[in-house]
Design a protein. Structure first.
Length: 531
């Protein structure tokens, strides 16, 4: 099995090669490449599939007891300064590789159905492949400098994907908001990395924690200063994993296409923050003050996200706040020292949240055949209802995801949440109470979401609700002042930016329809690890 480790660098390189080849083809021969849409997609999907097989082989080898493997080269040297690059494979890395590659693989299959008629179909695949490569590179990084390089690449890809439909003002604003908000956290992370190097003289994960503890114990470095360094590093995960107060970008990120919402919220960008806390755990665990800040930040974010999710009528924004809440659970677990429980929930959440987001995309895809391509109408649950009889596969998988995230046994979310709450109770009954209350609120808003979408009577033809939703949107933009302030007939004439040019092309059915097999198959496959 040793050769698998020697060529593990291929895992991030394969999707990177796909992104580069497709990207250069689009730049040089755009029309030709766009004519081979299916071929381009198959090429990218096959590369991420090969990386997925490689990742499973590494995970199996680690489960069988293979020792951690590192391959390092000296990248730069000047006097006493030595900068190394390479990769490391251990239990944490192999688990994250499997999570990222499996979710990315299924999201790319799903994308073929969801983006089938989008003119940017091939460009979207190139971005997805680059995004996956960036996250995989981050996961295998052996030191903080390499992590920071891929950390910024992940941020750049999120900017490109959230603003994929850049001709929409809302999408353009959302990608800028995500980018700027993450720069705040990334600046803190950079300061933390530099401070740790100043104190320990190393960027290596396996050296920083030990050296910092030695400095603190010898009195060469105060505990307060060491805790400050750790908190600066924690600012990076606060932004990437949407923890309070840098959570504001996450709901707006829903302006991007649904497949990227699933990838961001399940296995890539938001998971990067929790992964970095896990990777730096030897640093954090020796600093009680830093651990307390991490735990309380996670607990507050978990409850805040769940309480906001109750009020959401947009199906994707409801799931976005849900992600924020579940990430708070993971961060809280790390803060109380429940390293294994936090990673367990990261894994289970990746699969059922990807399934829920892809399920919401399936619902939106079905609703567009009734209400057109207006996202305000297609994503609002007040216009849905009764979709279970029109979209049975989507409804069943969405229900499985709802049961899992709600912590209903024997679904996956029950076991991971139970581990977190059990460990939290031992550390702090107050934190446990917050986590327990959040779990109840989670079950409430998720079942509200399910019943509003899939049960009852279908409300998609209700003109009164449609006019109400459009007028609410105008009020938010300052174009109306109260109910009935604008005649609904004036909407298309006076507010053209509210509507997609193709908004009325989808009006060809009175009822929604089930999504194609390329969209429902990933939902079914993701339902398996959600049990």
């Amino acid at each position: 099995m040793e050769f698998i480790y020697q060529y593990a660098w291929l895992i991030p390189v394969l999707p990177l090669a796909g992104a580069m080849l497709i990207g250069m083809g689009l730049v040089s021969y755009g029309k030709t490449v766009n004519q081979f849409r299916q071929g381009s997609a198959a090429f990218v999907v096959s590369l991420i599939g090969a990386a997925m097989v490689f990742s499973f082989a590494l995970l199996w080898s680690q489960i069988q007891g293979h020792p951690p493997y590192s391959r390092i080269i000296e990248w730069a040297a000047a006097g006493d300064f030595h900068l190394t690059m390479g990769y490391t494979i251990d239990h944490l890395t192999s688990l994250m590789l499997v999570i990222v590659t499996t979710v990315a693989f299924l999201v790319m299959i799903y994308t073929d159905g969801y983006m089938a008629h989008d003119p940017g179909y091939v460009r979207f695949y190139a971005y997805l492949s680059l995004f996956s490569s960036s996250m995989l590179g981050l996961v295998i990084s052996p030191n903080l400098v390499q992590v920071y390089i891929f950390w910024e690449l992940v941020g750049m890809c999120s900017y490109l994907l959230i603003g994929f439909w850049y001709d929409r003002k809302a999408a353009a604003d959302a990608c800028q908001k995500a980018f700027v908000t993450n720069r705040v956290g990334d600046f803190g992370l950079l300061l933390g990395i530099l401070a740790l190097y100043w104190a320990t003289g190393s960027f290596e994960f396996n050296e920083i924690g030990d050296r910092l503890q030695e400095l603190v114990q010898s009195g060469s470095l105060s505990v307060g200063l060491a805790a400050l360094f750790a908190i600066l590093v924690f600012l990076g995960p606060v932004a990437k994993s949407a923890q309070f107060p840098l959570h504001v970008w996450l709901p707006d990120a829903m302006e991007g296409p649904t497949p990227i919402s699933a990838l961001i919220h399940a296995a890539t960008m938001v998971a990067a923050g929790v992964f970095l806390i896990a990777r730096m755990f030897p640093l954090f665990e020796g600093l009680p003050d830093a651990m307390n800040i991490i735990a309380w930040t996670g607990a507050f974010t978990a409850f805040l996200g769940a309480s906001i999710a109750i009020t959401q009528n947009d199906i994707k924004k409801g799931l976005a706040y849900s992600t924020m809440s579940q990430l708070g659970y993971m961060v809280m677990a790390m803060g109380v020292g429940a390293y294994g429980a936090g990673l367990f929930h990261l894994m289970t959440h990746a699969y059922f949240k990807a399934m829920l987001f892809l399920g919401s995309g399936s619902v939106i895809h079905g609703m567009e055949s009734v209400v057109g391509h207006d996202p305000v109408l297609a994503q609002d649950m007040r216009l849905m209802g009764g979709l279970r009889k029109y979209m049975p596969a989507t409804a069943i998988t969405f229900l499985i995801g709802t049961l899992a995230i709600s912590g209903i046994p024997p679904f996956a979310g029950f076991w991971s949440k139970d581990e977190i709450l059990g460990s939290t109770y031992e550390a702090s009954p107050i934190l446990w109470a917050i986590g327990w209350l959040t779990a109840g609120v989670t079950a409430f808003y998720m079942f509200r979401m399910y019943f509003m979408t899939f049960e009852g009577e279908f409300r998609g033809q209700n003109d009164g609700i449609k006019n109400q939703l459009k007028n609410e949107q105008l009020q938010r933009m300052g174009l109306a002042f109260g109910p009935g302030a604008m005649n609904p007939k004036e909407l298309t004439a006076d507010a053209p930016e509210l509507h997609d040019p193709e908004a009325h092309e989808g009006h060809h059915s009175d009822t929604p329809h089930e999504s194609p097999a390329t969209m429902t198959l990933p939902l079914i496959l993701l339902a398996i690890p959600s049990w």
